[in-house]
Design a binder for this molecule. Structure first.
Ligand code: FES
Length: 346
């Protein structure tokens, strides 16, 4: 419906349906005070329940052990605390929203308000001026006159996006093309049997006695420097960075392979399995490794299992031992791709 009054005027009608002249139907709560009272109590109960859930949230946060897991079909082992916190906070906000909707539907004024909109087209003099400006610009730029320039410009603009399509090629690969899939790229690092583990930055080899219980060292393969210089980029570093952590062997609950530790020293990838942030925040009492990006937490005493946060996979473990000179070495490469999940990951 269009109002032909000049721009800026805002005529409004109350209690009138613009679609059809349908008589306005009153709600039960408009006519029955008892029903209105009932609605008021229902809505207040929702807000009250929401408050109770917040209290339950706080109590659960302070009392439930965050290492307690429950088994849920389809999802598998899930942290009990995570479930309780999610349910209480989710239901609490849901009840506030539902209560607000019920309040608006049952008790707030039920009057239709129509605001007429003004004419959308521009005044004729403004349209004429815009058309004149366009014509003048066309003449002054010579766009119509210089035919070859115009055509070559159109050709250049049409071809310009095509390189983007070629860049998309990196998102897939095939054996025939000879390019590596993400799976192939991330499944292998430069770690191999016998590769010495050295301290990141100093490249000093590490002996088991250098690492006290509770200690953590950021480490890389001894050959990293050489590989980096040859490749001219940091890809090998990004994939092979690890952390070494020493704990009491009695504290180790599980590992990703039998005997992958050395006297309580375990080595795990430093790259978060969520979206790949480097991690080195370690809590020695719980043996938890915390990612600063989105708070994924991994239990290094339990095969790098995810105990909290959005990461969906264990932190990959590197099997380690010592060489004849007593320095820590890798016993193999990782047995799974490092870093975030991707579509080809099994
Ligand atoms: S990158 Fe580690 S939790 Fe997101």
């Amino acid at each position: 419906m269009t109002d032909l009054t000049p721009h800026g005027t805002e005529p409004a009608k109350l209690g009138y349906s613009p679609v059809a002249d349908i008589p306005h139907a009153l709600r039960v709560s408009d006519t029955d005070p008892a029903a209105a009272k009932r609605a008021e109590r229902q809505i207040a109960s929702m807000f009250l329940l929401s408050m109770i859930l917040v209290v339950v949230f706080i109590v659960a946060f302070c009392t439930i052990d965050k290492d307690t897991n429950v088994y849920i079909p389809v999802f598998g082992e899930v942290g009990f605390l995570t479930i309780v916190l999610g349910l209480t906070s989710g239901l609490s906000i849901l009840l506030i929203g539902t209560g607000a909707i019920q309040w608006a539907k049952k008790l707030m004024p039920d009057v239709e308000v129509v605001q007429m909109r003004h004419e959308m087209t521009s005044p004729q003099d403004a349209t004429d001026e815009a058309a004149a400006n366009y014509e003048r610009g066309k003449d002054e730029s010579g766009f119509a006159r210089y035919t070859i320039i115009r055509r070559t410009l159109i050709g250049a603009m049409a071809l310009f996006p095509i390189p983007v399509i070629f860049l998309l090629r990196d998102l897939w690969s095939s054996p025939e093309s000879g390019t590596l899939t993400p799976d192939e790229i991330l499944s292998h690092t430069i770690w191999k049997k016998g590769e010495r583990i050295v301290v990141d930055a100093t490249y000093l080899p590490v002996r088991p006695q250098d690492l006290p219980i509770g200690g953590l060292v950021s480490a890389v393969p001894a050959s990293l420097k050489e590989v980096q210089e040859a490749e001219g980029n940091l890809n090998a570093r990004g994939k092979s960075a690890i952390i070494l952590v020493r704990m009491d062997p009695k504290d180790i609950v599980a590992q990703q392979g039998d005997g992958w530790d050395y006297q309580g020293i375990v080595a795990y990838s430093k790259i978060c399995t969520h979206v790949g942030c480097p991690i080195a925040l370690y809590e020695q009492r719980t043996h938890h490794l915390l990612c600063p990006c989105h708070q994924s937490t991994f239990d290094l005493a339990n095969a790098g299992a995810v105990v909290f946060g959005p990461a969906a996979r264990n932190m990959p473990q590197l099997p380690i031992g010592v060489d004849s000179e007593g320095y820590l070495i890798a016993m193999d490469d990782f047995n799974q791709p490092i870093g975030p999940s991707f579509w080809e990951r099994g």
